[in-house]
Design a protein around this ligand. Structure first.
Ligand code: SF4
Length: 388
C-alpha cells in the first residue's frame, strides 16, 4: 500500500506526515488493519526497539473538582460513584508509588483533581516528591495538577519533578464542547510553562468523545507542534453519571488505527497507551504494543485496570520487554533537543493540507461494554493494597 510505505519512510526519517495522510490512516478498512499495525510497528521499533515503559498513577486528590470537563468522573456535578478524598499525605502517596515501582514502573505520575494548584498545594506536592525520591532511587516523577500559575512550574522543577502532564484532550475547534470552565489556550500555556521551567512535557488526547477524524488529526498535530516528550492516548471511559456516559464510539480496530496515526505523527516521541485500553481494545491490547512504547501499569485515577501481573504477562507474551531504569526512554537526538536547541524533526508544509476534507464522526459502536468499566475501589485513598 503506497500510503503505508510513504508513512514508514517518513517515520524512519522523523518527517511529519501530511494531514491528508494522517486522515487516510484513520480511514483504512478492517481488512487493512494488520498492514497498518505492521507499518507503524516498524517506526516504533526504529526509535524504541521492543521496550515498553511502565508508568504508575497515584491519585493524590480524587473527585470534587470545580471544573466541568464532560469526560471526567471527577467533574463538577459528576454522579459517578468514584472514590472522593482530599490530599494524600506524603507517606501515603509514597507507599502507593513504591508498589508501582516494585511492579516495574519507571515513572510515577502524581495527579490531583482541580483547576490548578494553590501555592500551598505545590508545597504539599513538593514534600511528596521528596518522599518518593528518597524511597525509590532513580524513579521519574511526573506531576499533573492542572493549570499552573506564574512561578509554580519552576517550584515543581526545583522540588524534583522530572515531568509535567497536561493534556490537550481534543481539537481547539471542539474544546468548547467538552469544557466551558477553561479553554484550549489555557492548556497550551500550561504545557509551555512546564517546558520553559525545564520539565519534560507530557501532553495527550482522549479519543472516543464523538469527535471527527479531522478533530483527532488536529489535536495530534497541535500536540506535535508543542513538541512534548510523551503523548498519552486515552480512550474515553464513558462513566455512568457523566455527560458522556452514552458515548460508546470506539471499536478495538478503530482504537488501533488511532494509535497508528499518533505513532506516524509522533514517530520518535514516547506514545503511551493510557486510560480505556482494557475497555476499548479488550483482547486486542497486545497488538497495541506494536504501536506504543509506554503504558500505565495497573489501575487508573478513578477506574480499575487489569491486574498489574497481567500487564507484565501481556508484554512478555507479545515479545516485548519492560524498559529498565538504566535505559533512557527517548532516542539520543530527542534527549538533546530541548537541552541544546537541536533541530526538531522536519515538518511538512501544513498549509498545503489545511483544506483536507473533514471525515464524519464514525457511527457509534453497538457494542456497549459497560460491564468493563470498574470504578476504582483499591489502592490510594482506600485501605486495600494497590494494583501494581
Ligand atoms: S479533567 Fe481535571 S480539571 Fe477537568 S474535571 Fe477532571 S479533575 Fe477537574
Amino acid at each position: 500500500m503506497d500510503l503505508l510505505n510513504a508513512l514508514v519512510d517518513k517515520g524512519l526519517r522523523r518527517e511529519l506526515p501530511t494531514r491528508e495522510e494522517a486522515l487516510a490512516v484513520l480511514a483504512t478498512s478492517d481488512d487493512e488493519l494488520l498492514d497498518v499495525v505492521a507499518a507503524a510497528g516498524k517506526v516504533r521499533r526504529q526509535w524504541f526497539g521492543r521496550r515498553v515503559k511502565l508508568n504508575y498513577l497515584v491519585n493524590l486528590k480524587s473527585g470534587l473538582c470545580p471544573e466541568d470537563c464532560s469526560y471526567c468522573s471527577q467533574r463538577l456535578g459528576s454522579k459517578a460513584e468514584i472514590l472522593k478524598y482530599t490530599w494524600l499525605k506524603p507517606d501515603e502517596a509514597s507507599k502507593a508509588a513504591a508498589a508501582g515501582v516494585a511492579g516495574g514502573a519507571k515513572r510515577v505520575c502524581l495527579v490531583a483533581s482541580g483547576r490548578g494548584p494553590t501555592d500551598r498545594d505545590v508545597d504539599r506536592v513538593s514534600e511528596t516528591i521528596s518522599a518518593i525520591k528518597e524511597q525509590n532511587e532513580g524513579v521519574e516523577v511526573c506531576a499533573c495538577l492542572g493549570l499552573l500559575s506564574d512561578g509554580q512550574a519552576g517550584r515543581l522543577r526545583s522540588a524534583g519533578a522530572d515531568a509535567y502532564n497536561h493534556n490537550l484532550n481534543t481539537s481547539e475547534a471542539t474544546y468548547g464542547d467538552i469544557c466551558t470552565t477553561h479553554d484550549f489556550s489555557d492548556r497550551v500555556s500550561t504545557v509551555q510553562q512546564a517546558q520553559a521551567a525545564g520539565m519534560s512535557a507530557c501532553s495527550g488526547l482522549i479519543a472516543g468523545m464523538g469527535e471527527s477524524d479531522a478533530d483527532l488529526v488536529d489535536v495530534v498535530f497541535a500536540l506535535r507542534e508543542l513538541d512534548p516528550d510523551s503523548v498519552p492516548v486515552n480512550f474515553l471511559i464513558p462513566f455512568e453519571g457523566t455527560p458522556l456516559a452514552k458515548e460508546w464510539n470506539l471499536t478495538p480496530q478503530r482504537a488501533l488505527r488511532i494509535l497508528a496515526m499518533v505513532r506516524f505523527v509522533c514517530p520518535d516521541i514516547e506514545v503511551r497507551l493510557a486510560g480505556g485500553r482494557e475497555v476499548h481494545l479488550r483482547t486486542l491490547q497486545p497488538l497495541a504494543l506494536h504501536l506504543v512504547n509506554s503504558i500505565f501499569l495497573g489501575d487508573y485515577l478513578t477506574s480499575e485496570g487489569q491486574a498489574g501481573k497481567d500487564d507484565l504477562a501481556m508484554i512478555e507474551d507479545a515479545g516485548f520487554e519492560v524498559e529498565g531504569a538504566d535505559t533512557t526512554t527517548l532516542p539520543e537526538h530527542r534527549r538533546q533537543h530541548g537541552d541544546d536547541g537541536a533541530e526538531p524533526a522536519q515538518t511538512a508544509d501544513a498549509e498545503a493540507d489545511a483544506e483536507a476534507p473533514a471525515t464524519t464522526v464514525p457511527a457509534p459502536s453497538d457494542e456497549n461494554r459497560r460491564d468493563l468499566v470498574a470504578v476504582r475501589r483499591r489502592g490510594a485513598g482506600t485501605d486495600l493494597p494497590p494494583n501494581a
